[in-house]
Write a protein that binds this ligand. Structure first.
Ligand SMILES: Nc1nc2c(c(=O)[nH]1)N[C@H]1C(S)=C(S)[C@@H](COP(=O)(O)O)O[C@H]1N2
Ligand SMILES: [Mo]
Length: 339
């Protein structure tokens, strides 16, 4: 026990002296870079209650979040035969979630799952996150705007610690933009007028970029392998507590790979929109679908508690095993659109 501790101590001291050597050797450029990063600002804009312009000092004044030993695996490393060294890095920064919370979000309740967030850097590169990914799933606790690597200052960098590859890691952030999809919501109207929508029997799959459009029926889903979600928490603040259910469904990523082309690595500026005919909808980012350890938790479910879905849910509804609420459970799916 004590020998293990002293070994760790020696290792820690070695790491420390290495870091101090590094900071000494790089003192001049680091200082110059630090001065530069003091001037950089990140604009938080779009559908927020208060637009922000955050300096590095502003970020540092927010609750800091440390994520240790984040595996940094380049996109081109696809198997163990690859010679490339995979590294691990420790980052300090603020959670994207906390930055968005500080700005305040305009869309609430049933409008909320239709929101998506675009992160832009100084070269105009763009990464998209879904609202649910940041606020319902545990991915949100791993999305960092880092300002330090190994205790040394760095230009504001996007880090997604739960991602498999580093494709969403992006330097020199300049903008965080919040938007909601352009889908009108009738669900509240329906409830007021006691309108009951018929159970769906098919839905449309569209990828305009790829010029793809298919009508999918129960048999098409039946032909694809399903995964089991043992405990989906189908609660929400608008409909109340409707329990914890087990569901079976086709992973949304499987559906996309079958009906459109998904390059590898996936384009992380794209997302999927699932809509019902009452306008209720939810977004899913390509990152969470194709580059996350939680990716196969997002399913188009057709079986609930061992039986076909009840009519109110339609023949298919979306379910996200990772989410802490039923906010992305779109009942009676009418359209799945790749954007
Ligand atoms: N098509 C459709 N799906 C929907 C909704 C809706 O209004 N229309 N409401 C959502 C909300 S706000 C919640 S909390 C969950 C759970 O709804 P339930 O409690 O009625 O099952 O379903 C979601 N799916
Ligand atoms: Mo809800």
């Amino acid at each position: 026990m004590s020998s293990l501790l002293s070994l760790r101590f020696v290792q820690a001291r070695r790491a420390c002296s290495f870091v101090s050597f590094l900071s000494f050797a790089l003192l001049v450029p680091v200082l110059a870079k630090d001065a530069l990063s003091q001037e950089t600002r990140i604009a938080v804009r779009g559908d927020v209650l208060q637009e922000l312009s955050l300096s590095v000092a502003d970020l540092k004044a927010m609750p800091p979040f440390l994520i240790q030993d984040v595996p940094v695996i380049p996109e081109r490393v696809r198997d163990r035969k690859d010679e490339e060294k995979v590294t691990q890095k420790t980052f300090r920064g603020v959670l994207l979630r906390d930055v968005l919370w500080k700005a305040g979000l305009k869309h609430k309740r049933k409008w909320e799952p239709g929101v998506f967030i675009q992160i832009v850097n100084k070269d105009g590169r763009e990464i998209v996150f879904s609202f649910g990914e940041i606020f319902y799933s545990s991915i949100g606790r791993s999305v960092l705007i880092a300002y330090e690597v190994w205790d040394l200052p760095c230009a504001p960098t996007l880090v997604v610690a739960t991602d498999i590859h580093d494709g969403r890691m992006m330097k020199d952030l300049t903008q965080i933009k919040v938007s909601r999809v352009d889908v009108e919501l009738f669900a509240y109207d329906d409830r007021e007028k006691k309108k009951v929508r018929p159970p769906s029997t098919e839905f449309t799959f569209i990828d305009r970029l790829d010029k793809v459009e298919h009508v999918l029926k129960p048999a098409d889903l039946e032909a694809l392998p399903k995964v089991h979600i043992p405990a989906a928490v189908l609660i929400g603040d608008c409909e109340g507590f409707h329990g914890i259910h087990d569901l079976d469904g086709v992973p949304l990523s499987t559906l996309l790979k079958k009906y459109t082309t998904v390059p590898d690595p996936a384009p992380y500026n794209r997302y999927v929109l699932i809509t019902s005919d009452d306008g209720y909808c939810a977004t899913y980012s390509f990152g969470e679908l194709f580059n996350s350890r939680m990716g196969d938790q997002i399913v188009v479910a057709t079986i609930k508690d061992g039986r076909p879905l009840p009519p109110a849910d339609g023949f298919a509804m979306s379910v996200t095993g990772e989410d802490s609420t039923g906010g992305r459970s779109v009942k009676r799916i009418k359209k799945i659109e790749v954007r």
